[in-house]
Design a protein around this ligand. Sequence first.
Ligand code: FAD
Length: 261
Amino acid sequence: LKSIVLIKQIPDTGEMSMDPQSKWLVREDVNKIINPFDTYALEEGIRLKEQHGGEVVALSMGPEHSKEALKEAIAMGVDASILISGDVFRGADAQATAYVLAKGIAKISEYDLIIGGIYTSDGATGQVGPAVAEHLGIPHITGVRKIREISETRIEVERLTDGGVEVVEAELPALITVVKEINEPRLTSLKGIMKAKKAEIPIWGMDDIEATEGRVGETGSKAKVIDTWIPQRSKDVEMLEGSAQEIGKAIVDKLKTAKII
Ligand SMILES: Cc1cc2nc3c(=O)[nH]c(=O)nc-3n(C[C@H](O)[C@H](O)[C@H](O)COP(=O)(O)OP(=O)(O)OC[C@H]3O[C@@H](n4cnc5c(N)ncnc54)[C@H](O)[C@@H]3O)c2cc1C
Protein backbone atom coordinates (compact mmCIF):
# COMPACT_ATOMS: atom_id res chain seq x y z
CA LEU A 1 0.00 0.00 0.00
CA LYS A 2 1.51 3.33 -1.00
CA SER A 3 0.27 6.44 0.77
CA ILE A 4 1.09 10.07 0.10
CA VAL A 5 0.54 12.41 3.05
CA LEU A 6 -0.02 16.11 2.38
CA ILE A 7 1.50 18.33 5.03
CA LYS A 8 1.67 22.09 5.40
CA GLN A 9 4.07 23.95 7.66
CA ILE A 10 2.31 26.77 9.48
CA PRO A 11 3.28 29.44 11.99
CA ASP A 12 2.76 28.27 15.58
CA THR A 13 -0.84 29.36 16.11
CA GLY A 14 -0.04 31.38 19.21
CA GLU A 15 2.25 33.64 17.20
CA MET A 16 0.23 34.47 14.07
CA SER A 17 0.38 37.94 12.57
CA MET A 18 -0.44 39.44 9.15
CA ASP A 19 1.61 41.58 6.81
CA PRO A 20 -0.59 44.70 6.50
CA GLN A 21 0.45 45.26 2.84
CA SER A 22 0.28 41.78 1.26
CA LYS A 23 -2.36 40.39 3.71
CA TRP A 24 -0.25 37.22 3.85
CA LEU A 25 0.69 35.55 7.11
CA VAL A 26 4.06 36.53 8.49
CA ARG A 27 5.99 33.28 8.34
CA GLU A 28 9.55 34.49 8.84
CA ASP A 29 11.10 34.67 12.32
CA VAL A 30 8.23 32.79 13.97
CA ASN A 31 8.21 29.30 15.38
CA LYS A 32 6.81 26.90 12.79
CA ILE A 33 5.00 23.61 13.22
CA ILE A 34 3.36 20.94 11.08
CA ASN A 35 -0.34 21.81 10.73
CA PRO A 36 -1.80 19.82 13.68
CA PHE A 37 -4.33 17.84 11.58
CA ASP A 38 -1.49 16.80 9.26
CA THR A 39 0.32 15.06 12.13
CA TYR A 40 -2.75 12.78 12.40
CA ALA A 41 -2.56 12.21 8.63
CA LEU A 42 1.13 11.28 8.99
CA GLU A 43 0.39 8.90 11.86
CA GLU A 44 -2.34 7.18 9.84
CA GLY A 45 -0.04 6.79 6.82
CA ILE A 46 2.72 5.32 8.99
CA ARG A 47 0.28 2.93 10.72
CA LEU A 48 -1.06 1.72 7.36
CA LYS A 49 2.50 0.95 6.26
CA GLU A 50 3.20 -0.89 9.52
CA GLN A 51 0.02 -2.96 9.16
CA HIS A 52 -0.04 -3.60 5.41
CA GLY A 53 3.53 -2.98 4.20
CA GLY A 54 4.38 -0.61 1.36
CA GLU A 55 5.55 2.95 1.54
CA VAL A 56 4.55 6.37 2.82
CA VAL A 57 5.72 9.65 1.33
CA ALA A 58 5.15 13.18 2.67
CA LEU A 59 4.55 15.99 0.17
CA SER A 60 4.38 19.73 0.78
CA MET A 61 4.22 22.95 -1.22
CA GLY A 62 5.73 25.88 0.62
CA PRO A 63 8.77 28.05 1.25
CA GLU A 64 12.17 26.33 1.60
CA HIS A 65 11.91 26.26 5.38
CA SER A 66 9.05 23.75 4.95
CA LYS A 67 11.92 21.24 4.71
CA GLU A 68 12.00 21.26 8.53
CA ALA A 69 8.43 19.94 8.62
CA LEU A 70 9.25 17.33 5.99
CA LYS A 71 12.28 16.19 8.01
CA GLU A 72 10.07 15.92 11.08
CA ALA A 73 7.77 13.66 9.03
CA ILE A 74 10.78 11.42 8.29
CA ALA A 75 11.67 11.44 11.99
CA MET A 76 8.12 10.24 12.70
CA GLY A 77 8.49 7.36 10.25
CA VAL A 78 7.69 8.27 6.64
CA ASP A 79 10.05 6.80 4.04
CA ALA A 80 10.67 9.94 1.99
CA SER A 81 9.63 13.58 1.74
CA ILE A 82 9.31 15.92 -1.25
CA LEU A 83 8.98 19.72 -1.30
CA ILE A 84 7.50 21.74 -4.14
CA SER A 85 8.90 25.24 -3.81
CA GLY A 86 9.82 28.44 -5.60
CA ASP A 87 8.73 32.07 -5.71
CA VAL A 88 6.38 31.28 -8.58
CA PHE A 89 4.17 29.26 -6.19
CA ARG A 90 3.93 32.08 -3.61
CA GLY A 91 0.56 33.65 -2.81
CA ALA A 92 -1.41 30.58 -3.97
CA ASP A 93 -5.04 30.23 -2.95
CA ALA A 94 -6.44 26.80 -2.11
CA GLN A 95 -7.27 25.98 -5.75
CA ALA A 96 -3.82 26.91 -7.09
CA THR A 97 -2.27 24.93 -4.22
CA ALA A 98 -4.40 21.90 -5.08
CA TYR A 99 -3.38 22.14 -8.75
CA VAL A 100 0.32 22.16 -7.81
CA LEU A 101 -0.01 19.30 -5.31
CA ALA A 102 -1.95 17.23 -7.86
CA LYS A 103 0.83 17.80 -10.42
CA GLY A 104 3.37 16.67 -7.79
CA ILE A 105 1.32 13.57 -7.05
CA ALA A 106 1.03 12.82 -10.77
CA LYS A 107 4.84 12.93 -10.95
CA ILE A 108 5.10 10.47 -8.03
CA SER A 109 2.65 8.50 -10.23
CA GLU A 110 2.05 5.34 -8.15
CA TYR A 111 -0.16 5.63 -5.06
CA ASP A 112 -3.15 3.96 -3.44
CA LEU A 113 -4.19 6.52 -0.85
CA ILE A 114 -3.65 10.25 -0.33
CA ILE A 115 -4.13 11.49 3.23
CA GLY A 116 -4.49 15.12 4.32
CA GLY A 117 -5.80 17.07 7.28
CA ILE A 118 -9.39 18.30 7.26
CA TYR A 119 -8.14 21.90 7.30
CA THR A 120 -5.18 24.02 8.29
CA SER A 121 -4.99 26.24 11.34
CA ASP A 122 -3.88 29.24 9.24
CA GLY A 123 -5.60 29.28 5.81
CA ALA A 124 -8.38 26.97 7.06
CA THR A 125 -10.34 26.75 3.79
CA GLY A 126 -10.57 22.94 3.92
CA GLN A 127 -10.64 22.95 0.11
CA VAL A 128 -7.21 21.60 -0.73
CA GLY A 129 -7.88 17.87 -0.16
CA PRO A 130 -11.11 17.61 -2.19
CA ALA A 131 -9.67 19.86 -4.93
CA VAL A 132 -6.55 17.66 -5.26
CA ALA A 133 -8.82 14.63 -5.67
CA GLU A 134 -10.87 16.42 -8.33
CA HIS A 135 -7.71 17.26 -10.30
CA LEU A 136 -6.63 13.61 -10.14
CA GLY A 137 -10.11 12.29 -10.94
CA ILE A 138 -10.26 10.10 -7.82
CA PRO A 139 -12.86 9.82 -5.01
CA HIS A 140 -12.44 11.79 -1.81
CA ILE A 141 -13.87 11.37 1.69
CA THR A 142 -13.53 14.22 4.19
CA GLY A 143 -13.55 14.21 8.00
CA VAL A 144 -12.46 10.59 8.44
CA ARG A 145 -12.29 9.49 12.09
CA LYS A 146 -11.54 5.80 11.45
CA ILE A 147 -10.37 3.52 8.65
CA ARG A 148 -12.51 0.42 9.13
CA GLU A 149 -11.11 -1.67 6.29
CA ILE A 150 -8.63 -1.22 3.51
CA SER A 151 -7.64 -3.63 0.73
CA GLU A 152 -5.73 -3.16 -2.51
CA THR A 153 -8.85 -1.90 -4.23
CA ARG A 154 -11.23 -0.50 -1.62
CA ILE A 155 -11.42 1.59 1.55
CA GLU A 156 -14.22 1.77 4.12
CA VAL A 157 -14.18 4.58 6.66
CA GLU A 158 -16.19 6.31 9.34
CA ARG A 159 -16.56 10.05 8.82
CA LEU A 160 -17.61 12.54 11.43
CA THR A 161 -20.59 14.74 10.55
CA ASP A 162 -22.38 17.41 12.58
CA GLY A 163 -25.18 14.93 13.24
CA GLY A 164 -23.17 11.79 13.97
CA VAL A 165 -21.10 9.24 12.09
CA GLU A 166 -21.35 8.07 8.48
CA VAL A 167 -19.83 4.88 7.04
CA VAL A 168 -18.54 5.50 3.52
CA GLU A 169 -16.66 3.33 1.03
CA ALA A 170 -14.64 4.22 -2.04
CA GLU A 171 -12.50 2.52 -4.63
CA LEU A 172 -8.76 3.06 -4.45
CA PRO A 173 -6.90 5.16 -5.34
CA ALA A 174 -8.72 7.71 -3.19
CA LEU A 175 -8.06 10.75 -1.02
CA ILE A 176 -9.17 11.13 2.59
CA THR A 177 -8.90 14.03 5.00
CA VAL A 178 -8.72 13.18 8.68
CA VAL A 179 -9.88 14.59 12.03
CA LYS A 180 -8.18 14.35 15.42
CA GLU A 181 -10.33 11.45 16.60
CA ILE A 182 -8.55 9.09 14.17
CA ASN A 183 -5.41 8.36 16.23
CA GLU A 184 -2.77 9.66 18.61
CA PRO A 185 0.26 10.91 16.65
CA ARG A 186 3.55 9.40 17.83
CA LEU A 187 6.55 11.38 18.98
CA THR A 188 9.70 11.35 16.86
CA SER A 189 12.18 8.64 17.81
CA LEU A 190 15.94 9.07 18.20
CA LYS A 191 16.46 6.65 15.29
CA GLY A 192 14.02 8.68 13.22
CA ILE A 193 15.73 11.96 14.08
CA MET A 194 19.10 10.51 12.97
CA LYS A 195 17.52 9.30 9.71
CA ALA A 196 15.91 12.72 9.14
CA LYS A 197 19.24 14.49 9.68
CA LYS A 198 20.83 12.56 6.84
CA ALA A 199 17.77 12.64 4.54
CA GLU A 200 17.90 14.64 1.32
CA ILE A 201 14.61 16.42 0.59
CA PRO A 202 14.26 16.94 -3.18
CA ILE A 203 12.83 20.31 -4.21
CA TRP A 204 10.62 20.23 -7.28
CA GLY A 205 9.88 23.31 -9.36
CA MET A 206 7.62 24.14 -12.32
CA ASP A 207 9.52 21.98 -14.84
CA ASP A 208 9.69 18.95 -12.54
CA ILE A 209 5.92 18.82 -12.07
CA GLU A 210 5.15 20.05 -15.61
CA ALA A 211 2.88 22.79 -14.31
CA THR A 212 1.31 25.35 -16.64
CA GLU A 213 2.35 28.96 -16.14
CA GLY A 214 -0.55 31.13 -15.00
CA ARG A 215 -2.13 28.32 -13.00
CA VAL A 216 0.16 28.55 -9.99
CA GLY A 217 0.93 31.07 -7.26
CA GLU A 218 -0.71 34.47 -7.06
CA THR A 219 -1.37 34.69 -10.82
CA GLY A 220 -3.14 31.32 -10.77
CA SER A 221 -5.33 32.32 -7.83
CA LYS A 222 -8.82 33.61 -8.47
CA ALA A 223 -9.50 34.29 -4.78
CA LYS A 224 -7.68 37.30 -3.36
CA VAL A 225 -7.50 38.18 0.32
CA ILE A 226 -8.79 41.76 0.62
CA ASP A 227 -8.35 42.25 4.33
CA THR A 228 -7.44 40.28 7.41
CA TRP A 229 -7.29 41.00 11.12
CA ILE A 230 -7.07 39.12 14.34
CA PRO A 231 -9.99 40.01 16.65
CA GLN A 232 -8.73 41.69 19.79
CA ARG A 233 -10.15 40.34 23.01
CA SER A 234 -11.39 42.98 25.43
CA LYS A 235 -9.37 42.99 28.60
CA ASP A 236 -11.95 45.04 30.59
CA VAL A 237 -12.57 43.29 33.87
CA GLU A 238 -14.90 44.43 36.64
CA MET A 239 -14.40 42.97 40.08
CA LEU A 240 -17.63 42.67 42.05
CA GLU A 241 -17.48 43.07 45.77
CA GLY A 242 -19.83 42.12 48.60
CA SER A 243 -21.37 38.96 49.97
CA ALA A 244 -22.08 35.95 47.73
CA GLN A 245 -25.74 37.02 47.64
CA GLU A 246 -24.90 40.63 46.65
CA ILE A 247 -22.45 39.46 43.95
CA GLY A 248 -25.03 36.97 42.62
CA LYS A 249 -27.70 39.70 42.39
CA ALA A 250 -25.26 42.11 40.72
CA ILE A 251 -24.37 39.46 38.07
CA VAL A 252 -28.08 38.82 37.34
CA ASP A 253 -28.72 42.58 37.00
CA LYS A 254 -25.79 42.99 34.63
CA LEU A 255 -26.88 40.02 32.49
CA LYS A 256 -30.41 41.48 32.31
CA THR A 257 -29.07 44.91 31.34
CA ALA A 258 -26.98 43.28 28.60
CA LYS A 259 -30.14 41.39 27.49
CA ILE A 260 -28.30 38.06 27.86
CA ILE A 261 -31.06 36.75 30.14
C1 FAD B 1 6.65 30.27 -1.51
C2 FAD B 1 5.35 29.95 -0.82
C3 FAD B 1 4.84 30.80 0.17
C4 FAD B 1 3.61 30.52 0.81
N1 FAD B 1 3.16 31.39 1.74
C5 FAD B 1 1.96 31.14 2.36
C6 FAD B 1 1.45 32.05 3.33
O1 FAD B 1 2.04 33.09 3.61
N2 FAD B 1 0.31 31.72 3.97
C7 FAD B 1 -0.38 30.57 3.69
O2 FAD B 1 -1.42 30.31 4.33
N3 FAD B 1 0.05 29.73 2.74
C8 FAD B 1 1.22 29.96 2.06
N4 FAD B 1 1.69 29.09 1.14
C9 FAD B 1 0.95 27.83 0.91
C10 FAD B 1 -0.38 27.90 0.14
O3 FAD B 1 -0.69 29.13 -0.33
C11 FAD B 1 -1.47 27.30 1.04
O4 FAD B 1 -0.99 26.04 1.39
C12 FAD B 1 -2.84 27.10 0.44
O5 FAD B 1 -3.47 28.24 0.10
C13 FAD B 1 -3.66 26.13 1.33
O6 FAD B 1 -4.84 26.68 1.81
P1 FAD B 1 -5.41 26.30 3.24
O7 FAD B 1 -4.37 26.60 4.24
O8 FAD B 1 -6.74 26.91 3.35
O9 FAD B 1 -5.55 24.66 3.17
P2 FAD B 1 -6.77 23.68 3.65
O10 FAD B 1 -7.62 23.35 2.50
O11 FAD B 1 -7.43 24.19 4.89
O12 FAD B 1 -5.87 22.40 4.01
C14 FAD B 1 -6.40 21.08 4.10
C15 FAD B 1 -5.27 20.08 4.00
O13 FAD B 1 -4.67 20.16 2.69
C16 FAD B 1 -3.27 19.91 2.80
N5 FAD B 1 -2.52 21.13 2.40
C17 FAD B 1 -2.94 22.42 2.43
N6 FAD B 1 -1.95 23.24 1.98
C18 FAD B 1 -0.91 22.44 1.67
C19 FAD B 1 0.41 22.68 1.18
N7 FAD B 1 0.85 23.91 0.90
N8 FAD B 1 1.22 21.61 0.99
C20 FAD B 1 0.80 20.34 1.27
N9 FAD B 1 -0.42 20.05 1.75
C21 FAD B 1 -1.26 21.09 1.95
C22 FAD B 1 -3.01 19.55 4.28
O14 FAD B 1 -3.16 18.16 4.43
C23 FAD B 1 -4.14 20.27 4.98
O15 FAD B 1 -4.43 19.73 6.25
C24 FAD B 1 2.87 29.35 0.47
C25 FAD B 1 3.36 28.52 -0.52
C26 FAD B 1 4.59 28.81 -1.18
C27 FAD B 1 5.09 27.89 -2.24
